[in-house]
Design a protein around this ligand. Sequence first.
Ligand SMILES: [Zn+2]
Length: 213
Amino acid sequence: METEIRKIVCSVCGTKSSHTVITKIQEYGIQDIDLRPTGEHRNSMKFWVMECPQCGYCNGTLETPLDANRSYLESDEYITAGGSETENILVSRFIRKALVNLKNRDYAEAVKSYLYSAWVFDDENDDESAVECRKEALSIMENSRLLDDDNLLLLRADLLRRTGQFDKVISEYGEKFFNQPFILLASQYEVKLSKDGDVSAHNMSEIPGVKFK
Ligand SMILES: [Zn+2]
């Protein structure tokens, strides 16, 4: 992985601050079913979100404008990271980014921001907090009707299973057909894991019938 320090001007308050950005990253290994990368990419999450040291604005880059009144950044909802009051700085940034994504009506990105928060908690073996983040991701998916995309439907199956909602996975995905063979096999695997009551992470190479070179 190669990184560099860049000065970024905050689109909300105009303050210039330094941030580490990834300029090159090698993709290798086999992702988890929820698309969590492996290798150095897996451990680069702290570079996926920026926080303005002046106004607290959080986003993938501070150059992306906030589609709401600036005073939102001073609201209780924003300051407490959606009431989570987490002490984990990276999670707090991801959740505030998710709140910004929601204001900007970028629902798919908001889902990802909560998913990233869950990954941070996975690494800390904080299962309870990880489940809370996955439930938030699920509720955004459902409220924003994001479910017209097969990749998101597969992610939803993984989120449901990893939050222990096995019956839902079995009833909604047991007979469900997907055109893409990979997604069909992966969703059937999610059903099998749900029948086994398995809430843990699995990677794509474990899916029966899927071969990686
Ligand atoms: Zn700012």
